[in-house]
Design a protein around this ligand. Structure first.
Ligand SMILES: *Cc1c(COP(=O)(O)O)cnc(C)c1O
Length: 464
């Protein structure tokens, strides 16, 4: 075994996968027991022959869910941007740990440049900073930790000894309560602010909730506004929320894991206007920007907050260089995978214009899908304009069951969502490689499938 022969194997498997993906965008569905029986998955005592190994690996790859294909709409990531894939492959081969300049070299500058350019686009000033975290949930946690330490400078040494309260909308991501549990805030100290009929946080309800906590002797410390909610893709009104955060001196974080990528678009950046007044925000390039998982960033307007919450002395690690180029000083973890290079290869190759095109294409596809749904009386629309999530039901079919059957029959990968008690199919547009034709085909496929499977769909005894 050697790198050249494994690269040849890699190329041959990838070529087969790409061909398969085109012909069958959804991988065959099999249950766990069947896959355990038919795939060779258990590592054995003895080495395998090269050819048996190649066969086992190829079979595994071809039976894996196809997230890069035109049939995948299941989550907030999808597609495959080839320049970003190239960067990630190189990051694996280079295998730098991105904690020090000594070990990362120019890759550290790559990371810093990305942080600097995105901060600039968000209207953050010269004192701003940021870092790559292992995912949006962790980016949000870093924000919560900075907010906690800003509200209570004893928290990191002595523990949390007062009732710190966090505010987030009822439609926000589950990482907020989870992070409250991790950071010593406590899940019970998260207030869920009611969303309006468009799924956006209601600022008046927020203001009242904060006042009530102050009156009760609690200390509001963190407001999370969401840019792109998980189900409806709604954008909380950051401008109005920031006025409340300023009035009460509460840290404002914008969870932009899904939607903050609109900052690359002239046409849609109004959706996050006011982000320049926030104290921090997160952004996942692995969602709207099509970069491979994970590629998540956290930004803060005052980079001193990053150092005061995350740095630790370590003489065995920090032996050379300037803190600014030793990102291990501001990270959650010690060893750091190079998540910056894949976003850099994409951005460097396509330019700001290219990223803008990606974002605008996704909105264009969503507009197309909404028009399709609106112009066909068999469909009901549950989501709103200016969102890349299109939520709908088709006829009276149970969305849960329909999604499950589409998956089990290897037709389409799509999921369902719930908002204010209504359940519906959630079609998300995070794959800018798709065309309007692909979206039309999605609907046609869905319609044909329901027609052929009327009996199964109406059978109340099976899953649902
Ligand atoms: C996806 C998402 C997250 C979590 O990001 P991960 O990278 O999956 O941890 C947080 N908030 C929102 C709004 C998201 O859409």
């Amino acid at each position: 075994m050697s790198i050249p022969s494994d690269l040849a194997l890699f190329q041959s498997i990838v070529e087969k996968l790409l061909k398969e993906e085109k012909e069958n965008p959804v991988a065959p569905y099999n249950d766990v027991a069947h896959l355990q029986k038919t795939l060779d998955l258990c590592p054995e005592k003895e080495a395998m022959s090269e050819s048996d190994f190649a066969t086992a690996l190829e079979k595994l790859v071809l039976n894996t869910p196809r997230t890069g294909s035109q049939g995948f709409f299941n989550q907030l990531f999808g597609g495959r941007k080839s320049k970003a894939v190239l960067g990630d492959l190189l990051a694996v081969v280079l295998n730098n740990s991105m904690y020090t300049y000594k070990v990362g070299g120019p890759q550290i500058i790559v990371e810093k440049e990305i942080i600097r350019r995105v901060s600039e686009l968000a209207g953050y000033g010269n004192e701003s900073g940021g870092t790559f975290a292992p995912g949006g949930s962790m980016s949000n946690m870093m924000a919560m930790i900075m907010a906690r330490d800003s509200a209570d400078s004893n928290a990191s040494n002595k523990g949390v000894h007062q009732k710190l309260i966090a505010y987030t909308s009822s439609e926000s991501h589950y990482s907020i309560p989870k992070n409250a549990a991790f950071t010593g805030i406590g899940r019970d100290n998260v207030r869920y602010i009611e969303a309006d009929k468009f799924g956006r946080m209601n600022p008046e309800v927020l203001a009242t909730a904060i006042q009530e906590d102050i009156d009760a002797g609690n200390k509001p410390f963190f407001i999370n506004a969401t840019a792109g909610t998980t189900v409806l893709g709604a954008f909380d009104p950051i401008q109005e929320i920031s006025a409340i955060s300023k009035k009460h001196k509460v840290w404002l974080h914008v969870d932009g894991a899904f939607g903050a990528a609109v900052l690359f678009s002239e046409k849609y950046k109004h959706l996050i206007s006011g982000i320049e007044h926030s104290d921090s925000f997160s952004l996942n390039a692995h969602k709207m920007l099509g970069t491979p998982l994970s590629c998540s960033m956290i930004f803060t307007k005052d980079k001193k907050k990053l150092y005061s919450s995350f740095s630790n002395k370590a003489s065995y690690l920090y032996q050379t260089g300037d803190d600014d180029y030793n990102p291990g000083k501001t990270s959650l973890q010690c060893g750091r995978r190079n998540d910056a290079l894949k976003f850099w290869t994409l951005w460097k190759a396509l330019g700001d214009e290219g990223l803008e095109e990606i974002v605008e294409k996704e909105f264009e596809l969503a507009d197309y899908a909404r028009d399709y749904v609106r112009s066909n009386s068999d469909y009901t629309l549950y989501s709103f304009d200016n969102s890349i999530a299109v939520c709908f039901n088709y006829k009276d079919y149970d969305p849960d069951k329909l999604c499950e059957l589409l998956y089990e029959n290897a037709e389409l990968m799509v999921g369902y969502g719930i908002f204010k008690g209504e359940k519906f199919i959630r079609l998300v547009f995070v794959n800018s490689e798709n065309s309007k034709e692909d979206i039309r085909n999605f609907f046609i496929k869905l319609e044909a499938f329901t027609e052929k499977n009327e009996v199964l769909l109406n059978d109340k005894s099976t899953v649902g």
